[in-house]
Design a protein around this ligand. Sequence first.
Ligand code: NAD
Length: 506
Amino acid sequence: MDDLLKTLGLDDVNPGTWTGGKSLGGEGAAVRESYSPIDGGRIAAVRETTREEYDAVVEGAVEAFRSWRMVPAPQRGEIVRQIGDELRRYKEPLGRLVTREMGKIAQEGLGEVQEMIDICDFAVGQSRMLYGKTMHSERPEHRMYEQWHPYGPVGIISAFNFPVAVYAWNAMLAAVCGDVMIWKGSEKTPLCGVAVQRIIARVLEANGVPEGVFSLVTGGREVGEWIAADERIPLVSATGSIPMGRSVAQVVAARLGRTILELGGNNAIIVSKSADLEMAARAIVFGAVGTAGQRCTSTRRLIVHEEVYDALRDRLLEIYGSIRIGDPREPGTLVGPLIDKEAVEAMQAALGRIEAEGGRVIFGGEVLDERPGHYVRPAIAEVENHFEIVQEETFAPIVYLIRYGDLDEAIELHNGVRQGLSSSIFTLDLREAETFLSHRGSDCGIANVNIGTSGAEIGGAFGGEKETGGGRESGSDSWKGYMRRQTNTMNWGRDLPLAQGIEFEV
Ligand code: NAD
């Protein structure tokens, strides 16, 4: 056992099923080995959740909800405050585990844990602000208002690329809202799930929080499908690919449950002729090669004005030539490995399709196999927006260059994909900036000016439109997604007047 695993309370083989600080059996469970994409080395293993254990977890969650919903919201916030403090204590080792199991560079691993801490802080404040409106009743001596109540058990299905932060976005808000959480992380990052559960468990035990409030289950698609189909779970928040979201949406809708969907993106930056090109180039590189192109908000398309196209392309070629690719733990590395062999193959297949459809790969794309792990050189390609490969999200560092002549054309190209997550324009022209942000501009859930597409703050509502799924998480009033709304009318008079002036004498 190495020191990192010990610090995080992880063993060589870990239970993958938890209700609070209590782990469940593991009898007959499949064991999933976790290998690091950095060097292919085995890190440790996790026992997956069996169907029996899953049912016990959900029953425990249903039971825990009965008492958790009775805890005043600010007191629930106090538990989340302590979870935030515990995450502060474990920021460094947990960030290192994220890097080791998922492969993102050290700075991004730490940033991910910081995002968990930030949402805890946000949720603590929110726990005192679960506001409903009051309305003036049209009937005399009546009072009308609305309240927000918790749903019950919330299923959280998350993706490999943000193995800890996306969980916290959901769970910390849902917790202050009075829900109880059943988390299934990605099968590609099972140790991160167990490590987070152990960190949280210390706070839960110290405060006597019922076990079923924060639960963890481990496994692949099948366990996600159990959650989607489970009538005991009124709300499912699912983060992942569009095919996954389509399946979850249909299964949950068939039982008239609710979903929050955070699916794939195909994010573009428009670079206008008035842009600060150097600033644009830096934002593009962070957006396109950061996390090795494995962010839902990664920059995938560049829509560049014809007058600055050549200059920007040449500057990008220059920067791409000097990017350090390698061990994500080493300072100075900007691009770590892809998650696995399949991701490398998917990128190679995409590069082949670019050429086959008439595009041109003008930089990179090589598999760097002189060392173990899944390393590639980020690629730049010249394409047209309508190519089928450009219309898809390839979860790898490939950025597409597309030319435009006027802003209307740029916006049409920009919106001419099926996804709608994040977007940006680089311009110093006020009219262009405001047009992009207006109702005839970007059709995405996130639209920025002179900032890239990735790296959102937790204070805003995060999510996207069209095939990205329409869900919102994190800041602003996203908390409403985790609660049910109830309209209340109170008659404090002695008569029974009816709305709309209806007379109904009995
Ligand atoms: P994935 O779709 O392969 O898996 C995501 C999760 O869903 C995993 O936990 C998986 O086990 C589960 N799952 C898969 N099929 C399922 C099904 N039919 N029913 C229930 N659960 C199922 O995605 P991934 O490769 O882990 O992550 C990459 C994808 O996630 C990209 O498309 C990326 O854009 C997207 N993503 C989106 C956001 C966002 O906020 N919009 C954030 C992170 C990642």
